[in-house]
Design a protein around this ligand. Structure first.
Ligand SMILES: [Zn+2]
Length: 424
């Protein structure tokens, strides 16, 4: 067999295997970094930035495969062009950066083909994540000594969090990420679906669920459960922003405060992410999820920008898309008027945003508006599922109460169960 054939075969095998697996990213923190370690890592990110910008500056001539052997690049400085040596940036990492540029270009092209406005790739003033594409080559992990190694850097780095990775996980690629709070190592792993599902099934709720995303309550489920949270910008952040405004731009103090602000933002983002994690781990327990393709961007631009941002709910559909590799998730089209239709008889009426209760003049159903919407979403989702997997849809349907409108609690105006995320 030739080398090319062998590669092709391995790729095919991996593809088959991936069908039985589900991706998961584990976050590890680099620990006990000495001053020299920090300098080396900063240098790595700096060189990655130089390399990236060097290519972007002249895509036509520079985007070719020989770039990974480059040992020196030219960068633009206030004093004109200067040469910079690439000392720590490994060839595989360069390859990864080249691939990232190519992927970005393809994405831009696709946007343009759709007739949408698309800019071009911009110079980066800060490089925040370095792709490490191949386990065993671009990076290594020593589970016993709890440390990792990055191509081009001789020293191994101690990391925190390796215990999260299951023993039989397939390690694919990784990212080295620079955050205000330190350096992180994100490992992309593939876990066996069967095992993950086995763990989930122990806690499974035997009902399909429809989810309505909202402003007043972030999530309303057909089970009657509601999730509500709000994580606004902190007072500390506002104070720091005020201080920054008084500092001289570019001064040492200015930089110091700016760093503190970035750190505070990271803290707020983490808190929001944490809530989403909790919600997702709860939703995992349902055998089927239906949700409407989010209109969150519309909310952003509309009246509710701040409210939506302060919950971080935007991340939820992306997470559900990921979850769809594990359990069936159906996304109902945005244009479906799920809030206007009676979930019991199908009668359609216009509802003002202030009307919290849906009252049907035809069948007399009185139901909380979000809950009504959640039921409509579930029904539509099951219909969609039936087109792909009739048996499963039928089975899920039979698990539902016969008449959703009458079996669900009577006190529609009140959330039947408020799941407040703790410590927020
Ligand atoms: Zn009705």
């Amino acid at each position: 067999m030739t080398k090319a054939e062998k590669i092709k075969q391995t790729l095919k095998q991996t593809k088959e295997k991936r069908k039985l697996q589900t991706p998961k990213v584990f976050q590890l923190k680099l620990q006990n970094l000495s001053k020299t370690d920090l300098q080396t890592l900063e240098r790595l990110f700096l060189e990655a930035k130089w390399f990236y910008n060097f290519i972007i500056a002249d895509l036509k001539n520079r985007l070719n495969s020989k770039l990974e052997k480059l040992k020196e690049v030219e960068i633009k400085t206030p004093n004109g062009f200067e040469k910079r040596k690439l000392k720590v940036l490994g060839s595989q990492i360069k390859q990864g950066i080249i691939e990232r540029i190519k992927n970005n270009l393809t994405a831009l092209k696709k946007i343009k083909e759709k007739g949408l406005k698309a800019g071009k790739l911009n110079f980066k003033s800060d490089f925040k994540s370095i792709p490490l594409k191949q386990f065993g080559n671009t990076f290594e992990i020593d589970f016993k000594k709890k440390r990792i190694k990055i191509q081009g850097i001789r020293k191994w780095f101690r990391v925190l969090g390796l215990h999260q990775i299951p023993q039989n996980a397939d390690i694919a690629n990784a990212y080295l990420v620079k955050k205000p709070s330190g350096f992180y190592f994100y490992v992309v792993c593939y876990l066996w679906k069967e095992e993950v599902l086995k763990r989930i099934k122990q806690k499974q709720i035997p009902l399909p669920v429809g989810i309505d995303l909202g402003i007043k309550y972030q999530l309303t489920l057909t089970t009657g459960e509601r999730f509500k949270w709000y994580i606004p910008e902190t007072r500390r952040l506002k104070r720091l922003q005020k201080i920054l405004a008084r500092k001289e731009k570019g001064s040492r103090n200015y930089q110091k405060i700016k760093k503190l602000i970035q750190k505070e933002w990271e803290y707020i983002r983490n808190k929001r992410k944490d809530v989403i994690n909790k919600v997702i781990s709860y939703l995992k327990r349902f055998p089927f999820i239906a949700i409407q393709k989010d209109n969150i961007k519309g909310w952003h631009e509309g009246l509710f920008g701040k409210e939506v941002q302060n919950t971080g709910i935007g991340g939820i559909t992306a997470r559900l898309r990921n979850l769809a590799t594990l359990i069936p998730v159906e996304f109902v089209p945005k244009y479906e008027p799920t809030t206007q239709i009676c979930s019991k008889c199908g009668y359609r009426q216009k509802l003002e945003l202030s009307q919290r209760i849906f009252e049907c003049p035809k069948c007399g159903l009185k139901i909380d508006r979000d809950l009504n919407s959640a039921w409509n979403i579930l029904k539509l989702g099951l219909k969609q599922l039936a087109k792909k997997n009739k048996a499963l849809a039928d089975r899920l349907m039979s698990a539902l109460p016969v008449d959703c409108g009458e079996v669900t609690p009577v006190e529609w105006a009140l959330p039947t169960m408020k799941r407040e995320a703790p410590h927020l």
